[in-house]
Design a protein around this ligand. Structure first.
Ligand SMILES: Nc1ncnc2c1ncn2[C@@H]1O[C@H](COP(=O)(O)OP(=O)(O)OP(=O)(O)O)[C@@H](O)[C@H]1O
Ligand SMILES: O=C(O)c1ccc[n+]([C@@H]2O[C@H](COP(=O)([O-])O)[C@@H](O)[C@H]2O)c1
Length: 213
């Protein structure tokens, strides 16, 4: 299978559904993010990539300090990880991995993927990202090496035209115009976030009084 194949906007065909069925090893999707907080677009992107690419699991990996954006304020890494756990618990194929939080410092995806590929070289890794990240991927640390270690998977994100500079697979998923920033702003202004995040995440945000200022 070629990495440069583009399945964007086309109906999924039988061949595409079988895309990974004969690749040896386990097929693991990696969904990295700050998840401040996790919202439904993260979950939809992961589920669509997992089912359409026939992945065995998706591992959600919250970053500690993000490289190219402002570090989260007024929320602890534990809060972000707990919300991720609450959001993914009912899906047996979704896993939360805290290795970037334990590693500390700025989270570079290359460090994570070097570690994972050394630890389990039999696995094939698929780095799932929205088109905002696709467009800035060339600025990531050691992007050339990273693009060789993993298969890059893009999910279209409203407001961010697709402009890939690296070969990748596009997975067609429903457009959801939503961001963690919008969730935080909604809470701060007293607007409902019901249905924008899983109920348990909303309850956690309310109980802990997160994002009120
Ligand atoms: N609405 C969306 N559609 C598709 N992909 C998304 C969407 N929101 C986030 N993603 C993707 O999910 C991953 C993690 O994103 P992140 O945790 O930074 O969320 P965010 O909503 O972009 O946060 P913030 O608003 O705080 O920057 C990234 O690859 C991002 O591109
Ligand atoms: O490794 C890098 O240089 C790098 C630069 C920007 C983003 N990332 C990763 O991309 C994922 C989404 O990032 P963000 O900023 O949208 O939360 C998250 O796992 C980040 O660690 C990684």
């Amino acid at each position: 299978m070629s990495n440069s194949r583009c399945i964007e906007k086309k109906p999924i065909t039988k061949t595409e559904l079988q895309i990974n069925s004969n690749r040896p090893g386990r097929q693991i999707g990696i969904m990295g993010g700050t998840f401040n907080p996790v919202h439904i677009a993260h979950l939809v992107a992961a589920e669509q990539a997992m089912t359409k690419l026939r992945l065995d699991e998706v591992w959600f990996i919250p970053d500690n300090i993000p490289n190219l954006k402002k570090a989260p304020v007024n929320v602890t890494p534990k809060d972000r990880a707990t919300m991720l756990d609450l959001a993914t618990r009912d899906n047996p194929k979704f896993r939360v991995k805290l290795l970037e939080l334990f590693r500390g410092g700025i989270s570079y995806t290359i460090d994570t993927m070097r570690y994972l590929t050394e630890k389990a070289p039999q696995n094939n890794y698929y780095l799932i990202m929205g088109s905002d990240q696709v467009n800035s991927f060339h600025r990531w640390k050691d992007a050339d090496e990273l693009a060789k270690l993993v298969t890059l998977v893009g999910i279209r994100r409203p407001g961010y035209p697709q402009d890939p500079k690296y070969p990748m697979i596009w997975v067609d998923a429903p457009d959801i115009r939503l961001s963690s920033t919008a969730i935080r702003q909604a809470v701060a202004t007293g607007t409902s976030i019901r249905y924008l995040v899983p109920d348990k995440v909303r309850e956690y945000i309310e109980e802990k009084g997160l994002y009120l200022d």
